[in-house]
Design a protein around this ligand. Structure first.
Ligand code: HEM
Length: 500
């Protein structure tokens, strides 16, 4: 070997040595970063704990893990750690006491892809704070918890009662009508008016939300969230869903452009889109402004996707529970008759006088446990929590389910029992452990609207109808069906019998 070859060989060995050293060092850094993670089952190489998790009911597996490893534990989804938080105190300590660290939103691929990372629900940090403040303020200005939205919900409730009545006591599946009504409430906030249920634009938005949840709750959706790059290339219903989503975004953008023509920075907004476009005009010279089309389309989609399936599924479960428990249905109707009567629409002022109805609505939500693992959070910085170290950007799942079913916190957690929300005198009893809407600064942004809808739709329907099933109550299984993101009511038909 001549001297040149010898030098080249040494040089190559040196480069290889440096690469191996850097990889080792980098890996060593990563390993040591994970060394003080909360405990959990040992992960297999590459797949982690994926094969131990029942993708259909992951929260049940998480609950078991927390019994074994304690209220803070770790599982591995492929090569990514996920920290599970269980129990009221642990969730509160994280989301409230250390909220700044725990209130990031994990990058769940389907959520992120649906808005290309824009909008209030998927963002963190500055963008999230700006969009959240704006959305809450705008919903408040349009009367979330005040008159004007209340009137819109009442109007929609009357349309819903009319639509149920058209079945004239015949058997039907209430799902579509309930989704229409709830979706239309969001429409009237976002676009400033409700739609006829057969309107093509309304059907586009409606079909998009349905298709989105269909994918989200399927095994394909779970796989997409774990291996997005691979599933993105596989043909399947997610492709149709993304196409519909694009059409809905185009429609919203077109509506924004129409409004922009007559708006100036001092206009009084009449709907969410107008309010957003006014901010866009006001901040047009600010280079870091979050008020642009992408965040508008993302946030509008977040309101639709987060506000429709959740509220309508709860109402569907409500009707099913009334069918299953006719004596509870009769007691709610008695209260409605005493407080509201039959001659006017129920209003939010009635709620404080209707403790039993309020307790039944809360109990439906508690018992149904719609979002057992909430919407995934992440820690925004390296975080010390309960003597563990959770590296920046680790996904965190608050196990809301563990709180809603905790025997230490509820009178009768294993059964559907409105007494869980009543005191000895029959007054409504608030319980801090009612975490159906999450906890802390990242809790549900539409809670006020959802509560209003649940009360007004439930009381309007039970004012007019008695719900009866197609089988005797004792044969009805009311257990919600679990899918990757939540627990949804099972499919059922019913009769809505006009009360006389
Ligand atoms: C029964 C009805 C509802 C339930 C049970 C529910 C529950 C939840 C839960 C558990 C979260 C996650 C909280 C967290 O990340 O810690 C959430 C977030 C959210 N919800 Fe709701 N929700 C409901 C209705 C609504 C409605 C009607 C709207 C729209 C007006 C809405 C809009 C949102 C948004 C935008 C977020 C994300 C907030 C953020 O990331 O800052 N939700 N909801």
């Amino acid at each position: 070997m001549d001297i040149l070859s010898l030098l080249q060989a040494n040089f190559l060995s040196l480069i290889l040595g440096v690469i191996v050293f850097v990889l080792f060092w980098k890996n060593r850094g990563t390993q040591s970063n994970f060394e003080r993670l909360p405990p959990g089952p040992p992960p297999a190489p590459i797949v982690g704990n994926l094969f131990q998790i029942d993708l259909k009911e992951p929260y049940l597996y998480y609950r078991e893990l927390c019994k074994k490893y304690g209220p803070v534990c770790t599982i591995w989804l492929a090569n990514k750690p996920v920290v599970i938080l269980s129990g009221y105190q642990t969730i509160k300590d994280a989301l409230v006491l250390q909220g700044e660290e725990f209130n990031g939103r994990a990058q769940y691929p389907l959520l992120v892809r649906s808005t290309n990372g824009h909008g209030v629900m998927v963002s963190s940090g500055h963008r999230w704070r700006e969009l959240r403040r704006f959305s809450i303020m705008t919903l408040k200005n349009f009367g979330m918890g005040r008159r004007s939205v209340e009137e819109r919900v009442q109007e929609e409730a009357r349309s819903l009662v009319k639509a149920f009545n058209e079945y004239e006591g015949a058997v039907f599946n209430p799902k579509e009508l309930l989704c229409n009504a709830v979706s239309n409430v969001i429409c009237s906030i976002v676009f400033g008016h409700r739609f006829e249920y057969k309107d093509p634009q309304f059907l586009l938005l409606y079909d998009t939300v349905n298709s989105y949840f269909d994918v989200l709750s399927s095994p394909l959706g779970s796989l997409y969230n774990i291996f997005p790059k691979i599933v993105e290339w596989i043909p399947g219903k997610h492709k149709d869903m993304f196409a519909l989503l694009q059409k809905s975004h185009d429609y919203v953008k077109n509506q924004a452009e129409i409004r922009l023509k007559h708006l100036d920075a001092n206009s009084t907004p009449r709907d969410y889109i107008e309010a957003f476009m006014i901010k866009t005009i006001q901040e047009k010279d600010m280079p870091n402004s979050e008020f642009h089309y992408d965040n508008l389309l993302g946030s509008v989609w977040n309101l639709f996707s987060a506000g429709t399936e959740t509220t309508s599924s709860t109402l569907r479960q409500m009707i099913l529970m009334m069918i299953k428990h006719p004596h509870i249905q009769a007691r709610v109707q008695k209260e409605i008759d005493e407080v509201v009567g039959q001659d006017r629409s129920p209003s939010m002022d009635d709620r404080s006088k209707m403790a039993y109805t309020d307790a039944v609505i809360h109990e439906v939500q508690r018992n149904m446990d719609l979002a057992p693992t909430s919407v995934p959070h992440k820690v925004t910085v390296d975080t010390e929590f309960k003597n563990y170290h959770i590296p920046k950007d680790t996904m965190v799942l608050p196990l809301l389910s563990s709180v809603l079913s905790d025997p230490k916190l509820w009178k009768n957690p294993g059964h559907f029992d409105p007494e869980n929300f009543l005191d000895e005198e029959g007054r409504f009893k608030k319980n801090d452990a009612f975490l159906a809407f999450g906890l802390g600064k990242r809790n549900c942004l539409g809670e006020g609207l959802a509560r209003m809808e649940l009360f007004l739709f439930t009381s309007s329907l039970l004012q007019r109808f008695t719900f009866v099933g197609t089988k005797p109550p004792e044969e009805i299984d009311t257990t919600p069906k679990c899918c990757s993101f939540g627990r949804l009511p099972c499919v059922y038909d019913c009769y809505a019998k006009l009360r006389v």
